[in-house]
Design a protein. Structure first.
Length: 101
């Protein structure tokens, strides 16, 4: 069973197609590549697309395969975004650490 690590939060929906504005506490947003499984709140989703969002550099637009419209995205507002510990990898630099390790 995966160990889920909090990596950010859903700020709000973006547009009508179900995209999410997410704030990441993650130095390597490329870990959220298409096909990566994430947990939002208590539900599991697959990343379809990640891209930059206007505004702060730690905010991204995230498209989740299972979220089909704004109404579904609205339900996720304020939820914590998790990534599997295994997907974070083992290649931490000397000055990198995870609070949960």
């Amino acid at each position: 069973m995966p160990r889920w690590i909090p990596i950010g939060s859903v700020r709000r929906p973006h547009g009508l197609r179900g995209q999410l504005r997410v704030q990441l506490n993650l130095e390597r947003p490329e870990l959220l590549a298409p096909g990566t499984q994430v947990q939002v709140g208590e539900k599991l989703f697959f990343v379809e697309k990640r891209g930059p969002a206007p505004g702060p550099e730690d905010v991204f637009l995230l498209t989740l395969r299972e979220v089909q419209g704004r109404d579904q995205a609205e339900v996720l507002k304020g939820q914590t975004l998790f990534l599997s510990r295994e997907d974070l990898g083992e290649d931490l630099e000397d000055d990198d650490f995870l609070f949960v390790d």
